[in-house]
Design a protein around this ligand. Structure first.
Ligand SMILES: NC(=O)c1ccc[n+]([C@@H]2O[C@H](COP(=O)([O-])OP(=O)(O)OC[C@H]3O[C@@H](n4cnc5c(N)ncnc54)[C@H](O)[C@@H]3O)[C@@H](O)[C@H]2O)c1
Ligand SMILES: [Zn+2]
Length: 365
């Protein structure tokens, strides 16, 4: 175990906060990393899967505090207003007040729900993120988007609300199932494609160490991913423009998730195929030089991610599903396209033929 803690900062004026990254940060080391709390009151939000693994070490790090633990059921299906209500009842019943601090211990589901509760309980209380999936460590815990789902769609009810700090302990990734781990890697590859060609090349050169979950490789990729997301978010916190580049591969990916029914594909798996589609689309638009899309696909395959669609997926159904994508402005779907590995643009004006050909190359009919 290496003891060094790396800290990066998300620069958002008076809402700036640190992200601490290291190996073995739960337990005693947690106390100094979470920052100052406004009172002795703390509520840890978690689920049974994560609590059986990491609640004890988290509690050990917060032994100076009066800690209550809210355990929500595991799974995306519970990121909803029912769980939100249960959480509010819990905080009221345990007499938490405006100086409490909520600690999200879990993946993106726990993080998104805790953040939204923190944003709205008594008009906003402090919260700390301890993300325990790779996806949560490199994506959902950074940037301040919080939400719950509504029957009509994912993340339909939410707020932009930044935490006080984020503590990323990479040692928790050792218990993460392989599929969940690979799904997080898809977002990491995305950061290389949208922002940093050198990072992309580093991922290619070190894909074995990454797949083996080696400590130093993990610290490097998580740190660089958080830095890139933090830089993008610092320039465009509320997604007026630039932040949309984080959706590379997601217009196709969301359609894939939608058509197959949520739960069939993990988000990162759908985004993996979606990024290959977006890259091929970029080549057809004569933006990404030939060969770029296959380079992206090869890296994703090295990371055990899917790069083609399986099963019966109709072109027309994909188009319809993409029309409902939330990035639609005035009825036209906007796409993030690559000009090179490391550089992307958001476009609303593109050749429909290039889009049709791309869909034809992936869909069964
Ligand atoms: N806020 C944002 O900016 C943002 C960005 C991307 C995704 N998201 C949201 O994140 C959610 C997905 O997050 P996720 O992929 O982390 O899924 P998740 O939270 O459902 O976690 C996946 C599974 O892994 C388990 N788990 C968590 N940590 C573990 C560990 N260390 N060891 C073993 N098992 C562990 C969980 O209990 C769960 O069963 C979605 O709701 C999505 O909308 C939000
Ligand atoms: Zn994503």
């Amino acid at each position: 175990m290496s003891n060094a803690v790396q800290t990066i900062s998300v620069d958002l004026g008076d809402r700036s906060y640190p992200i601490h990254i290291g190996d073995g940060l739960l337990g005693q080391r947690l106390r100094q990393l979470v920052g100052e709390f406004r009172s002795k009151q703390v509520a840890i939000f978690t689920n049974p899967t994560v609590s059986s693994l990491y609640l004890e070490s988290t509690l050990a790090g917060l032994s100076d505090f009066n800690v209550d633990v809210f355990t929500m059921p595991d799974g995306e299906a519970h990121k909803n207003l029912d769980t939100y209500n249960d959480a509010m009842d819990f905080l009221m019943d345990h007499r938490h007040n405006r100086t409490t601090c909520l600690v999200a211990l879990g993946g993106g589901v726990v993080g998104d729900l805790t953040g939204f509760v923190a944003a709205t309980f008594q008009r906003g209380v402090d919260f700390v993120q301890i993300p325990t999936t790779l996806l949560a460590q490199v994506d959902s815990s950074v940037g301040g988007k919080t939400a719950v789902n509504h029957a009509s769609g994912k993340n339909m009810i939410g707020a932009f609300y930044q935490p006080q700090s984020v503590v990323i302990d990479i040692s928790v990734l050792r218990t993460l199932p392989d599929r969940e781990y690979a799904a997080g890697l898809a977002e990491i590859v995305k950061y290389g494609v949208i922002y940093d060609a050198e990072f992309f090349a580093w991922l290619e050169a070190n894909s074995e160490a990454i797949s083996a979950r080696e400590t130093q490789a993990l610290i490097h990729v998580i740190r660089r991913s958080c830095e890139i997301k933090a830089e993008v978010v610092a320039q465009d916190e509320r997604e007026a423009g630039l932040r949309a580049i984080l959706n590379f591969g997601h217009t196709f990916g969301h359609a894939i998730e939608n058509l197959s029914g949520y739960g069939t594909w993990l988000h990162g798996e759908a985004v993996s195929v979606g990024m290959v589609m977006a890259a091929q689309f970029s080549e057809r638009l004569n933006r990404l030089p030939q060969g770029g899309a296959s380079r992206i696909a090869e890296l994703l395959e090295c990371m055990d991610l899917p790069v083609t669609l399986t099963g019966d997926v109709e072109r027309q159904a994909m188009l319809t599903a993409m029309g409902m994508d939330k990035k639609t402005v005035d009825g036209r779907v906007r796409f993030v396209v690559a000009n090179a590995i490391g550089q992307v643009d958001l476009v609303a004006d593109y050749s429909q033929a290039a889009l049709d050909e791309t869909l034809a190359a992936f869909c069964s009919r």
